[in-house]
Every structure is written in C-alpha cells, then in structure tokens.
Design a protein around this ligand. Structure first.
Ligand code: ADP
Ligand code: MG
Length: 264
C-alpha cells in the first residue's frame, strides 16, 4: 500500500482518472501488459534476463518458480515499482511513464501475502480506501462495497471489525476487496495465499473463479504452489535462472505438474 498512501487527494485526481478512463476505452483492444526484453540485476546478480511475455485476454497467468527466482521482482516491474535495467514495459500499449506511476497503479490491484490491511482502520474503511482517496461519490462507494462483499461472501456485520479480529483467510478476503475496489483491469497477486491453510485457500479460490466468471480481468498470480496454479491459472510461466524455463496453457501446466511430481 506504499503507493496508495502517497496518492494526492486534490481535484486533479478526478481529471487524471477521467483521462485514464478515456485512455482505457480507446486502447481497450491493446494487451494489458507486455514485457519486452526485460533484464534486471540486483548488485551483480541477474534476476531476469531478456524476459518477454504478454499478459492479457482476461486470463489468470501463474508465475511459478522457486524462492529467489525473480517472481516478485517481475510483478514489481509490471507495476512500475522497479524500473528494469533494460527492456520495456507496455501497459495497454503505452510505455510506463515512471514519473506518473501512482496514476497507473489505479489500473492495477495488488494483493500480497502479508495482506497489509491498516490495523487502525475497520474493514469498511480498509475496503473503501481507494474510493475515498480518489473522491468517488458516497453512493458509488456504498454500492461497490456491497457488491464486493457479496462476491467474496463477507458478512455485512463485519464492516466495523478491525483486522486483528479476523482470521488470516478473512483478512485476505478483505485485502482482495480492497484491491478490487476500483475494478482494475489488471490484478497482481504475490503469493497471497501462501500462509493460509488448505481449506481456507480453497474457499478463496472459489471466490476468485467466481469473480473471473462475472468480472473477468487479467490476473498475474505469483505462486510457488503448482496445485494452486493448476486450480486457478489459464496460462503459466515457469521461471528458472532468470529465464522462462517453460510456459504454456492450462493443459500444458497440468501435464507438467503430473510429470514433475510423479517423479518425487
Ligand atoms: P521470488 O519472489 O521468486 O522469491 P524475488 O524476485 O523476490 O524472488 O528475488 C529474486 C532475487 O533478487 C533474490 O535473490 C533476492 O534476494 C534478490 N532481490 C530482490 N529484491 C532485492 C533488492 N531490493 N535488493 C537486492 N536484492 C534483491
Ligand atoms: Mg516473492
């Protein structure tokens, strides 16, 4: 939520949003995210090497790989938090303008493992944060809030609860609502379910599948969990040693998982 906290609240935001909306409509036939020949190193260690891929088609694309294989770095490159050493990131056909990344992040929801709910805010305030920051009308905020609560089946009686009164899975559902508040065309998820138990994870998967059915969008899901990828993803990329080791569709992913794990 670092980026969100830094957002300006002035009326300029309304104009910016209108510009972005118009841009979204005009370029809606463009691929949401294209990464072209991205290379990036931390100190002397190359984390990504000549990485190219297009993410789009309202699909869920899983990024798989061992810990340290560059998955989170890739996601941060997509949302402009990291500017790669080389290569180009196109969002709806436009190169990222690194001096206006806060505005572009309104087009992206970002869900992380640590959830990052604000402990001093109740559930309602956490979910509606982006609506308030961008000065949405009260009726819009109310309507969107209830729509999202229904999508992830959070009871309305929870709105006044604080994050510490919720379980990890419940907090993650609130985090998902918050990320989805402005209906971003792109949703980035960085191992959001890694710390949840099997049952809770599977119940959230159902909500995500339902959400993709009713409000489809491009979701980039970073995970090291092959079962999670098979459950949710339409496509996958497997990262190893800074490069794509393998990529493909859901069918290919299932086959690969069977091959890899039957040897164990
Ligand atoms: P993953 O998400 O696949 O576990 P990361 O993208 O977080 O991997 O990290 C890839 C590699 O880059 C790791 O070796 C990590 O230690 C290193 N790294 C990530 N962020 C930084 C940073 N800000 N400074 C230095 N090294 C980093
Ligand atoms: Mg990571």
């Amino acid at each position: 939520m670092r980026s969100v906290l830094k957002l300006d609240r002035g009326p300029g935001w309304f104009i910016l949003e209108v510009v972005y909306l118009i841009q979204k409509i005009l370029v809606s036939d463009q691929t949401p995210v294209s990464l072209n020949w991205i290379s990036h190193s931390f100190e002397s260690r190359r984390v990504l090497s000549e990485f190219s891929f297009s993410f789009g088609g309202d699909k869920v694309i899983a990024i798989l790989g061992k810990s340290g294989s560059g998955k989170s770095t890739l996601l941060q490159i997509v949302n402009g938090m990291i500017k790669p050493d080389q290569g180009e990131v196109l969002l709806f056909g436009e190169p990222i303008n690194y001096s206006h990344v806060r505005a572009l992040r309104l087009q992206m929801g970002y869900v992380v493992q640590q959830v990052g709910l604000f402990p001093h805010m109740d559930v309602e305030s956490n979910i509606c944060l982006l609506g308030r920051i961008t000065n949405r009308p009260k009726e819009f905020i109310r309507k969107r809030l209830f729509q999202l609560l229904d999508t992830v089946q959070l009871p309305r009686t929870w709105l006044k609860k604080y994050p510490h009164e919720l379980s990890g899975g419940e907090q993650q559902r609130v985090g998902l609502c918050r990320a989805m508040f402005l209906d971003p065309p792109i949703l980035l998820m960085d191992e959001p379910f890694a710390s949840l138990d099997y049952e809770t994870k599977h119940s959230i998967y159902k909500h995500i599948v339902a959400m993709q059915h009713t409000q489809p969008r491009t979701i980039i899901l970073v995970t090291h969990d092959w079962e999670e990828a098979v459950t949710l993803a339409d496509q996958f990329i497997w990262l190893e040693e800074a490069k794509i080791k393998e990529s493909g569709d859901h069918h290919h992913l299932k086959e690969l998982k069977t091959q890899l794990f039957s040897k164990l």
